[in-house]
Design a protein around this ligand. Structure first.
Ligand SMILES: Nc1nc2c(ncn2[C@@H]2O[C@H](COP(=O)(O)OP(=O)(O)OP(=O)(O)O)[C@@H](O)[C@H]2O)c(=O)[nH]1
Ligand SMILES: [Mg+2]
Length: 202
């Protein structure tokens, strides 16, 4: 849940990048960090990594003035995608305000995407939440590679049923689609917060 300090005019928002191992979550944060760090002096913290593998999580704080009159702090996290780190994934999900599910577009990784999405839903349920409660989008990553599944097929696997989420194609390695996805999830989260802050008229 977003923390809103009305007297100090500060809003804190937690965004989590979820998805299977090696889908490109850390690469997203590295790209965001590279693009904003010179302006905002923001530090990205990667807690325990082994090569490309995140063993705990990555964390990137971003300070913005996106909501007039408030300082809006984004706390952006990735989870470790490897199956056996579920306790950490669950912990990172605590208090989440917005989710970006980074799916790997490679044909060979479609089963892993499905399992990771199922795992995310299960972990949300453990906090009494469902995807309908949290702004959420899909990022179809690695669109630069040759052996990839068509978007329609990935939508069929990952984006059907009662919750149809927006989706963004990306190549996190070059940054294509990274800020469109971050901007979209930010707008969705802020839209929800503003709705909740609106005085009830009835
Ligand atoms: N070709 C290509 N490679 C990518 C892309 N995004 C990430 N990669 C590569 O995929 C590998 C894994 O990326 P990471 O960002 O570390 O993956 P992750 O999702 O954080 O993985 P875990 O920490 O294990 O959950 C790295 O070698 C990246 O350079 C992309 O869009 N295209
Ligand atoms: Mg990682």
């Amino acid at each position: 849940m977003a923390q809103i300090n009305v007297s100090e005019k500060v809003i804190s928002i937690k965004i989590v990048y979820y998805g299977p191992a090696l889908s490109g979550k850390t690469t997203n944060l590295q790209y965001i960090h590279k693009k904003i760090s010179s302006k905002k002096q923001s530090e990205m913290i990667s807690i325990a990594t082994e090569g490309d593998r995140t063993l705990f999580f990555d964390y990137l704080p971003l300070e913005t003035d996106i909501i007039p009159g408030f300082k809006t702090n984004f706390q952006i996290y990735t989870v470790p995608g490897q199956v056996h780190y579920n306790a950490t994934r669950k912990l990172v999900l605590q208090g989440v305000d917005g989710l970006v599910f980074v799916a790997d577009s490679l044909w060979t990784r479609q089963q892993d995407n499905v399992e990771s999405l199922f795992n995310m839903k299960e972990n949300l349920v453990s906090y009494g939440l469902g995807l309908k409660d949290i702004p959420y989008l899909l990022q179809y990553n690695k669109r630069d590679l040759p052996e990839i599944a068509p978007l329609e097929y990935m939508d069929y696997l990952l984006n059907r049923g009662e919750i149809r989420a927006p989706s963004v194609e990306s190549v996190a390695l070059t940054g294509d689609g990274v800020f469109p996805a971050l901007n979209m999830i930010s707008k969705m989260v802020i839209g929800k917060i503003l709705m909740e802050l609106k005085p009830k008229t009835e």
